[in-house]
Design a protein around this ligand. Structure first.
Ligand SMILES: CC(C)(COP(=O)(O)OP(=O)(O)OC[C@H]1O[C@@H](n2cnc3c(N)ncnc32)[C@H](O[C@H]2O[C@H](COP(=O)(O)OP(=O)(O)OP(=O)(O)O)[C@@H](O)[C@H]2O)[C@@H]1O)[C@@H](O)C(=O)NCCC(=O)NCCS
Ligand SMILES: Nc1ncnc2[nH]cnc12
Length: 296
């Protein structure tokens, strides 16, 4: 990826070479994080490189097309955060990215939640960089809430009839909008700590992502699950994940067998925790940004 190609449409003339390299580094970390999520198996009901889980209209190829279509977006939204861009600017870039994703996938929504959550994290990284602040989980969250928190709260209250908004009204499930308004609590408070704990215990990146995903499924109001399975489906997903976590997650030798059993059960019921998948990718991005800062 060349910097000129990635950032051609916006900001290019205003960015110095070091900032441009920074935006590209963040964009690469975002794409790798989406791949971290896609390539993980088993993921209950979700698409992976192994199978399509609960989905008839998408497979790993659809996700790869979607991922590729987002490569310019993550660099641009990082640059927008760096330039002190307001919420309307971030929303505009996100809406463009959604349109590209839908064009690339033939109209299938693969990454709407990820465009939102990872986009906000990229913008927050840009904001930290502009202010000369080291990037870590705390500074990213602070940048997000201080810079765009009020607009995100208003965005969460806006009326509308998306799947997410209908589920929020029916089941009091917050979904992506509430996540954004509260500064991505499921990323910073559930998934990222789970990733860190498993890595600190020496169990490796695959197990870390599995523990991160189950922590999210146990704790998140995923509007995608409500949309497909109603309150009973959401309770089933939460209950399975809570049991997996309570038994020690991947610390137990039987974890893989149990995770595959959950995957088969949710796939049979056509339940898909797509919001949790997007939030897992966001937590992977926080981890990757923290690692990159450590190496810088
Ligand atoms: C804020 C927006 C993301 C809109 O959110 P809203 O809730 O109003 O709208 P939805 O159109 O329903 O999309 C929300 C997507 O967010 C994911 N999600 C769900 N719960 C959570 C959660 N707790 N936290 C984070 N993310 C969550 C979820 O994405 C996954 O589901 C996809 C499939 O969804 P869907 O098409 O509904 O499902 P199917 O079952 O396949 O439906 P059928 O095919 O059967 O019809 C899956 O691939 C995941 O991606 C929801 O889809 C946002 O749109 C917005 O306002 N954006 C502004 C632009 C922007 O992003 N700007 C950048 C930063 S400001
Ligand atoms: N791997 C996946 N399968 C289904 N929906 C998703 N949304 C985001 N990632 C997903």
């Amino acid at each position: 990826m060349s910097a000129t190609v990635l950032l051609a449409a916006e900001n290019e003339s205003r960015l110095d070479a070091a900032t441009r390299r920074f935006c590209l580094r963040v964009a690469r970390a975002a794409l790798r994080s989406l791949y971290d999520e896609l390539s993980l198996y088993p993921k209950p009901g979700l698409v992976s490189l192994v199978d399509n889980g609960s989905h008839a209209d998408m497979d790993a190829g659809t996700f790869m097309k979607s991922l590729f279509s987002l490569r310019h977006y993550f660099a641009r939204i990082t640059a927008a955060g760096h330039a002190g861009g307001g919420f309307d600017e971030l929303k505009r870039l996100g809406a463009q990215a959604e349109a590209r994703m839908l064009a690339a996938t033939g109209g299938v929504n693969t990454h709407r939640g990820a465009i939102f959550c990872l986009g906000l994290l990229c913008a927050a990284a840009g904001d930290c960089r502009r202010r000369g602040i080291a990037i870590d989980a705390w500074t990213l969250r602070a940048a997000l809430t201080m810079r765009w928190g009020a607009d995100l709260a208003a965005h969460a209250r806006a009326p509308g009839a998306s799947h997410g908004q209908r589920m929020a009204a029916l089941h009091a499930a917050g979904g992506a909008r509430e996540e954004g308004a509260l500064g991505l609590p499921s990323v910073f408070g559930l998934a990222f700590p789970a990733l860190r704990r498993t890595l600190a215990a020496g169990r490796g990146w695959r197990q870390a992502r599995i523990d991160g995903l189950f922590a999210l499924m146990a704790g998140v109001a995923d509007t995608n699950v409500y949309y497909r399975g109603g309150a009973a489906g959401a309770a089933l997903v939460r209950g399975l994940a809570q049991r997996f976590v309570a038994r020690g997650g991947t610390a137990r030798p039987e974890w893989l067998r149990e995770a595959i059993r959950c995957h088969r059960l949710l796939s049979r019921r056509r339940l898909s925790p797509g919001g949790a998948a997007d939030l897992l990718a966001a937590a992977c991005l926080v981890q990757r940004l923290c690692e990159a800062e450590g190496e810088a």
